[in-house]
Design a protein around this ligand. Sequence first.
Ligand SMILES: C[S@@+](CC[C@H](N)C(=O)[O-])C[C@H]1O[C@@H](n2cnc3c(N)ncnc32)[C@H](O)[C@@H]1O
Length: 332
Amino acid sequence: MSEVVASTPGHLPVMLAEVLEQLAPRDGATYLDGTFGGGGYAGAILDAAGCTLYAIDRDPDAIARGAALAARHAGRLQLVEGRFGDMLALLEARDVTRLDGVVLDLGVSSFQLDEMGRGFSFRGDGPLDMRMSKHGKSAADLVNTLDESELADVLYELGEERYSRRIARTIVAARREAPITTTARLAELVRGCVPRDPSGIDGATRSFQALRLAVNDELGEIGRGLAAAAALLAPGGRLVVVAFHSLEDRLVKRFMAGAAGRSAGTSRHDPAALTGRAAPAAFRLLTPKALRPGRAETEANPRARSARLRAIERLHPASLAPEHLAAPRDVA
Ligand SMILES: C[S@@+](CC[C@H](N)C(=O)[O-])C[C@H]1O[C@@H](n2cnc3c(N)ncnc32)[C@H](O)[C@@H]1O
């Protein structure tokens, strides 16, 4: 594992020890890392057991960087460029219909954040892009074309930005003069609309989060990915998810509680509805409360501070308690 971390200095894997403990990789098993990133989790999983690992990332740069790790674990690491929300189809195309575990480490990698040319960061200047896959509409497309109320809604709903209307008004006025094409210009406009935060959080943080989530449909991806992962898990299989902000974590928490029969889930997240397969959606919560990183980790890696890890395990049919025997539609 240390070899992997040393070879990928751009991204320190977050809560790696806890992820491995929850996933508990076994020899001969098949796993999916839906967010390959810098390969920190992937390398550690492959080192922990003689297993096979499929690793998805929608960022072509991440897949290209993974070639060295794949070569080191000849035949055991299969890299797949695509979205984890499409994991059912991506895996089925490779004849994989059952998994022993899935990990998702949501959001962007340090590689993406630190490369100003990708346009995710307000800490430097770069094109206003934010597309993980390098395809589709960019953040500049949204900022320069959405109407004022749509823009305000994005900032409010995906950034929980209380000054969303003021920011949207300012952006629309500014783009009449000239299109907003850089991260520095957008950050400057947003900062001018919000009061200084006494805790030192940059005033552009929430707006950049909102645009990133919108550009990459990240919440939609989480809904599709969780449902697909649950549908793919074999009995005893585990789903481990690390989330970084409350909008993501809320979706994960609700989905897992619903899958474990703790509360009603929404039909959108119903694995059986998605796949047409009658999988008994009966899971147990491995983490009744989200796990948080330890102090040593947050001191060494400030990006870990907001991490929350949640995990569930598919029950073996023989161990299903009567309350788990409801139709899948009622459980997930
Ligand atoms: C936080 S990083 C993962 C880091 C990784 N666990 C490691 O240890 O190096 C998240 C990665 O997931 C990718 N990603 C985010 N959403 C995705 C999605 N819906 N489908 C596929 N990849 C996604 C990003 O491109 C990024 O490379």
